[in-house]
Design a protein around this ligand. Structure first.
Ligand code: ATP
Length: 332
């Protein structure tokens, strides 16, 4: 029997990379049925809703969402759709693995970092006010509940995946109360995992060390904003945004998406790299227990990247999305 999943086709390069990924999933025999919805700016222009009600209903039924990048219209009073989805479904754990691929040359080798980014609070809580015309406040919120669950997930992941170390990233020297609490909770929870090494580092120091000695880092856990910034940095270490997948997990719902945005500068040109969304789909298959199928797709991608003849321009190749997709399918 097929498993049903919900698919959001977004804006910019979203539809192109979604089509590529669904074709690869079918060719790999993933055994999935799709409930596909157009969402985002283009859908708003066409039908007046950024995300149609049926799309929400579908996700509430299937509980698994493969989401391509969506653009939130600027200047029309909308909150970020990405932030809204994470909050609405309490998708508190944003997991972003960045692993070097020998075929993609960068100045850095053997990077294998998994960032656990808290996804629901910190400066993303949306608590902002204009105090007077020259003064704006934005409130940073850190709670015990949200800190505990993301930190525990990071340690659990380390145990389950045979990782050695979890690093807590913070700025507790300045934000002594909020980030201080995050760090204290980290060390409380670390006591339950004596087999995993634990340490903490200040975020600016981490930014420097990541580009000098990225191999020193393993699993990392941090509040929302640091996770946003540092995971773009780790994508740069492995060859760019076209290669960074993510999962957003929590409360019985799971959403899988590329870390990159809708890349309007290359939309419709047929050169977008679907790998980040494809690897997100592999994380989705693993979440659904379809380990063999995920492994088969990962092997096919590795072969295509290693051969280097059908890769997209963002990672130094000359092929288009279509050629890359066909090449991956031919290896399955
Ligand atoms: P957002 O604010 O929505 O995260 P952004 O402004 O950070 O988006 P992206 O859309 O992520 O920007 O794109 C940043 C750069 O990376 C752009 O130049 C874009 O063309 C490139 N890029 C992003 N994703 C891909 C991809 N899948 N394939 C090729 N290039 C990409």
């Amino acid at each position: 029997m097929s498993d049903r999943i919900t698919v959001f086709k977004g804006d910019g390069i979203g539809p192109e990379i979604t089509d590529a990924v669904l074709r690869i999933l079918d060719a790999a025999g993933a055994g999935l049925e799709y409930e596909i919805f157009n969402v985002g700016e283009a859908e708003y222009e066409a039908n007046g809703a950024l995300i149609p009600d049926e799309a929400f209903e579908s996700f509430e039924k299937t509980r698994v969402l493969l989401k391509s990048p969506i653009t939130t219209p600027v200047g029309k009073g909308f909150r970020s759709l990405n932030v809204m989805m994470r909050k609405k479904y309490d998708l508190y754990a944003n997991i972003r693995p960045a692993k070097s691929n020998a075929a993609v040359k960068t100045p850095f080798e053997n990077v294998d970092i998994v960032i656990f980014r808290e996804n629901t609070e910190d400066l993303y809580a949306g608590v902002e006010e204009l105090v007077d015309k020259d003064t704006a406040h934005s409130i940073k919120i850190i709670t015990r509940k949200c800190s505990e669950r993301i930190i525990r997930d990071a340690f659990e992941y380390a145990v389950q995946h045979g990782r050695k170390k979890v690093t807590c990233v913070h700025k507790a020297n300045i934000m002594k109360i909020s980030d201080g609490m995050f760090r204290d909770i980290f060390y409380e929870i670390s006591k339950d995992y004596p087999q995993i090494e634990s340490d903490d580092k200040i975020v600016d120091n981490v930014a420097m060390q990541l580009v000098m000695h990225p191999q020193k880092f393993d699993v990392m856990v941090m509040p929302n904003l640091y996770g946003d910034v540092l995971s773009d940095l780790t994508s740069g270490l492995i060859g760019g945004l076209g290669l960074l997948p993510s999962s957003n997990l929590g409360s019985g719902y799971a959403m899988f998406e590329a870390v990159h945005g809708s890349a309007p500068d290359i939309a419709g040109k047929g050169i977008a790299n679907p790998t980040a969304l494809l690897w997100s789909a592999c994380m989705m298959l693993e979440h659904m227990g379809k380990m063999d199928c995920a492994a088969r797709i990962r092997r096919a991608v590795d072969q295509v990247l290693n051969e280097g003849t059908a890769t997209t321009p963002d990672i130094g190749g000359t092929a288009g999305t279509e050629d890359y997709t066909a090449a991956v399918i031919s290896k399955l």
